[in-house]
Design a protein around this ligand. Structure first.
Ligand code: AHR
Length: 511
């Protein structure tokens, strides 16, 4: 099969906010304890953080990390995690049916974030608590001193404020599973009043209001419309979440080739979701005669289904209240590598409206990085498309014209077999193409016309290809890894290459 692509220098989508490649760490399962924090681990630093994990996170280069939840935040008291560790209470976490000893709180997370080189994105509890807790937390974190909460922070060992810019107004408040779930009207009012109070403290912080927790929610997209009606001029982003399963509507698929083609069409649902919410934002802006802009913070996304069955006992309480049990430990396969690449391509192509993205999550919990307690840290199959997008997807997204054959599924029509995005680096002008072939049996020979560019050298060409779709990595063997690409030419501003069936390819060109 053949495909042709045109990239024109002046045909752009947007300048990408680097925070599009963010992530998320929740007090859930082993994300924190034995994930990023394990004082007895051989690689732990003086503060108890696993340096082997920090090194892997640095390979990805994660610009922003959302914390402390997720569902966890909706019954969390942030004050439990400050002060001497021996005085911190153990609480029962109602979201994940586990015990939380609060050994890690805001100070520890901030220290870790500094080591990793990631910006903090903090969520306030609008489930079991509300405005008062939010304003105290903000004062504790961001006020220089001379007030009750800021002086308590100093007393607890942190002199300077952390000046956190990004704040989430609760989490998934539309979800029946959420502690303190609200109707759109209840949440819209509360979010507005909380935003107003937080802005009274600092009008320059950036606020994220909850949108739908999935496009499958019955309340979607009325939820967005109602919530934005209350909050439009006081918030900067509306948060969306979406998790992908390798299934049709009612059953999981066997991992065979034609099912993978179907699975990989799911990014089309993501595209529809983004475009619908972008339309709601525009409509609300017009209704309010506002000159303020609201963007999308896609602050939870990933594949999540492999671990659902094995997690049932803990989530239903059959195991009591374990501390840091293995939960949501999806072991990803090669099909998921391709799915994650398609999701990231969708974000890049919509980077005019999606400004923040958080892969959920970062370590052990539906994560690209896994750890063995007392043992090694290792990269899952989904690590690489995330790493390449984060490293080379910063700059200006191009609006490509892509001509190739298409297919239909029971939930999407006219899905192009070739999924592609392209970013021009603001630093050195290099071009990065991120490409997935969704076809089960045919390779695609593609020809890219580079118009208005003067790129002459292929500086990097990586493929992830040829694996069984069920192939996974493990602590013993990282099997699914990038290899050098072959069969590529760049002559007279025309790039020609071939991508194998069900494969990923990342190509970088320099000036
Ligand atoms: O990321 C796992 C969970 O998924 C989060 O806690 C919640 O926000 C979502 O439902």
């Amino acid at each position: 099969m053949k495909a042709s692509i045109t990239a024109h220098k002046d045909f752009t989508v947007a300048n990408i906010d680097p925070r599009l490649y963010g992530s998320f760490i929740e007090h859930l399962g082993r994300a924190i304890y034995t994930g990023i924090y394990e004082p007895d681990h051989p690689s732990a630093d003086e503060q108890g953080f696993r340096q082997d994990v920090i090194e892997l996170i640095k390979e990805i280069d994660v610009p922003v990390t959302r914390y402390p939840g997720g569902n966890f935040v909706s019954s969390y008291n942030w004050e439990d995690g400050i002060g001497p560790k021996e005085n911190r209470p153990t609480r029962l976490d109602l979201a994940w049916h586990t015990s939380e000893n609060n050994a890690v709180g805001i100070h520890e997370f901030a220290n870790w974030a500094e080591k990793v080189g990631t910006e903090m994105m903090l969520a306030v509890n609008l489930g079991s608590r509300g405005l008062d807790e939010a304003r105290s937390f903000l004062e504790y974190v961001n006020h220089p001193g001379g007030s009750y909460w800021s002086d308590l922070r100093k007393h607890n060992g942190r002199e300077d404020p952390w000046n956190v810019k990004l704040w989430c107004l609760g989490n998934e408040m539309d979800g029946p599973w959420q502690i303190g779930q609200k109707t759109a009207d209840e949440y819209g009012r509360l979010a507005f009043e909380t935003a107003k109070a937080m802005r009274a403290f600092d009008k320059n912080i950036e606020l994220v209001v909850c949108g739908s927790s999935s496009p499958m929610m019955d309340s979607y997209p009325d939820w967005e419309s109602t919530v934005l009606d209350y909050t439009y001029d006081t918030v900067d982003y509306i948060s969306l979440h979406m998790y992908f399963e390798n299934n049709s509507l009612h059953m999981y698929f066997e991992n065979n080739d034609s099912n993978a083609t179907h699975y990989l069409a799911k990014a089309e649902q993501l595209e529809h979701y983004i475009e619908t919410v972008a339309a709601v934002i525009k409509t609300t802006k017009a209704k309010k005669r506002s000159d303020h802009d609201v963007f999308i913070s896609f602050d939870e996304w990933n594949v999540w289904y492999h671990s659902r069955e094995q997690d049932k006992a803990i989530l239903e309480g059959a195991d009591g209240w374990p501390q840091a049990p293995a939960l949501l430990e999806d072991i990803y396969d090669f099909a998921d590598t391709l799915q994650v690449a398609c999701i990231l391509n969708t974000f890049i192509r919509h980077s005019d409206v999606v400004k923040i993205g958080c892969m959920a999550q970062l370590v052990n919990v539906i994560a690209p990085i896994m750890t063995v307690e007392g043992g090694p840290a290792w990269r899952q199959t989904i690590f690489y498309p995330y790493m390449y997008a984060s490293r080379y997807g910063r700059g200006t997204a191009l609006n490509l014209a892509v001509n190739c054959e298409r297919y239909d599924t029971d939930f999407a029509t006219q899905v192009p077999y070739l999924d592609v995005s392209c970013v021009q680096s603001d630093d050195d002008g290099s071009l990065a193409f991120f490409i997935v072939n969704r076809h089960a049996s045919e390779e695609i020979e593609f020809d890219i016309a580079l118009e208005g560019f003067e790129h002459h050298t292929v500086i990097e060409d990586k493929v992830i290809s040829g694996y069984d779709l069920s192939q996974t990595n493990s602590p013993q063997a990282e099997t699914v890894i990038p290899q050098e690409g072959t069969r590529i030419s760049l002559v007279d501003q025309r790039l020609n290459a071939t991508i194998e069936p069900l494969s990923y390819r990342m190509i970088r060109l320099s000036l």
